[in-house]
Write a protein that binds this ligand. Structure first.
Ligand code: CO
Length: 134
């Protein structure tokens, strides 16, 4: 059911420092920082030949990643995003198998303007999973 790895998201305490690490130390192609107020994050996209890394930093007081950074002050891996062809079919399959979909269960429009869902980490090897309709 799942397809390509769309991205791995890493929450960082300092976007400029993290961007410099990926650009200079690792030699990757790194975007400018982009504010996504609807998602409560500022993000930097690192383009790799086969996927992306998204560096995330909280934006605003009620950012959904604020608590993660409080618990992990030096940052850490936050989620992986897998592509699916049909997000509603994927959701219905997962729920039928007993997996938990976070929030209302209805897809939201994600950071790439495509429908996304998040799945409970306890059902997926301790990892928060995002599904994105490719
Ligand atoms: Co994501």
């Amino acid at each position: 059911m799942i397809g390509r790895l769309n991205h791995v998201a890493i929450v960082v305490p300092d976007l400029a420092a993290a961007s410099a690490t990926y650009r200079t130390l690792l030699g990757a192609t790194v975007s400018e920082a982009i504010d996504l107020p609807a998602h409560g994050v500022t993000t930097v996209f690192v383009s790799l030949p086969n996927t992306k890394i998204e560096l995330l930093h909280p934006l605003g007081a009620d950012s959904p990643i604020r608590g993660f950074l409080d618990k992990n002050p030096s940052g850490g891996m936050h989620h992986v995003c897998y592509e699916v062809d049909d997000i509603l079919a994927a959701r219905d399959h997962l729920i039928a198998q007993g997996a938990r979909v976070l929030g209302s269960g209805d897809p939201r429009i994600g950071a790439h303007d495509k429908p996304v869902l998040f799945l409970h980490p306890k059902d997926f090897c301790g990892t928060l999973v995002e599904l994105e309709q490719a």
